[in-house]
Design a protein around this ligand. Structure first.
Ligand SMILES: C[S@@+](CC[C@H](N)C(=O)[O-])C[C@H]1O[C@@H](n2cnc3c(N)ncnc32)[C@H](O)[C@@H]1O
Length: 260
């Protein structure tokens, strides 16, 4: 029995201990893994991973199948959060007809791919990290949803306004360790809270009347997030607050559904 927690990303096993003996023991015991990597802290605005090879094949590309969708992930370049599966299913189940959806932090397509594959919605997917954009484009082809997704590389705060378009649903799947980014400093007059809050004024400009925004943030409880959201825009209706996952001792990753 191996007493360490691990995360499986396709045939790659990620562990939090930098221990080659443990890594080899995992490979010996679990034949479904081809390699084991140490996973350090995910850092910065672009959520960049920090991995070190420990045992098995030196291959950081993994194929993951989730919610009937396929993803290619490069574990050395982008994060892949498997803890959000129920949230992805929940969003897919809420979509009605041919909605126009804006994914402001698309990553490699965590939400964009299942929405475009499993519903009739069309998705505008904005992503800042060039490595994620490459994988997102690859995943769009892999899932054959080229006709439904428009990929835009850049800062969603800037690109959303350039679109000059309004959406039925906006995904704000982002949060930070609460340091203000450089790009965000330029816009600091828009909002006094760092993190996803900084992007809310822009999202509101791109929302149709009655649109739903799925707003992600970290907090001990949802009221903390809701009070900040309503201080930015008081005329929003909070529909639902849901814990996505635990994130540290006192903190949870929350998603707040708001109607414009
Ligand atoms: C938490 S990840 C996305 C995860 C995914 N939505 C989920 O919840 O599983 C956040 C993504 O936002 C991207 N990002 C950060 N700042 C951005 C910005 N200003 N504009 C667009 N994308 C940004 C990062 O590169 C990263 O891929």
């Amino acid at each position: 029995m191996i007493s360490t927690s691990y995360q499986a990303i396709g045939e790659i096993c990620l562990i939090k201990q930098k221990d080659k003996k443990v890594a080899q023991a995992i490979l010996d015991q679990y034949k479904r893994f081809k390699s084991v990597y140490y996973q350090g802290k995910i850092s910065g605005q672009l959520r960049t991973p920090n991995v070190t090879w420990l045992a098995g094949e030196r291959n950081t590309l993994a194929k993951v199948r989730e919610n009937h969708c396929d993803f290619i992930v490069d574990i050395s370049k982008v994060m892949f959060s498997k803890g959000n599966q129920a949230e992805k299913r929940r969003i897919v189940s809420q979509i009605k007809g041919s909605e126009e959806v804006l994914d402001m932090f698309a990553g490699i397509g965590y939400f964009t791919i299942p929405i475009s594959k499993l519903t009739d919605a069309s998705v505008t997917a904005i992503e800042l990290n060039n490595d994620s954009v490459d994988l997102l484009k690859h995943n769009i082809k892999l899932n054959k949803v080229e006709g439904q997704v428009n990929v835009i590389e850049g800062d969603s705060k800037v690109e959303t306004l350039k679109l000059g378009k309004k959406f039925d649903r906006i995904l704000m799947g982002y949060f930070t360790s609460h340091k203000r980014s450089n790009a965000s400093k330029l816009q600091s007059d828009l909002c006094s809270f760092p993190g996803t809050y900084e992007f809310l004024p822009v999202a509101l400009k791109a929302a149709k009347k009655g649109a739903i925004i799925h707003f992600h943030e970290l907090a001990a409880d949802s009221e903390e997030i809701i009070s900040k959201i309503t201080s930015i825009a008081s005329d929003l209706k909070v529909l639902n607050a849901r814990k996505v996952k635990k994130y540290g001792a006192q903190t949870h990753h929350w998603v707040i559904d708001i109607q414009v």
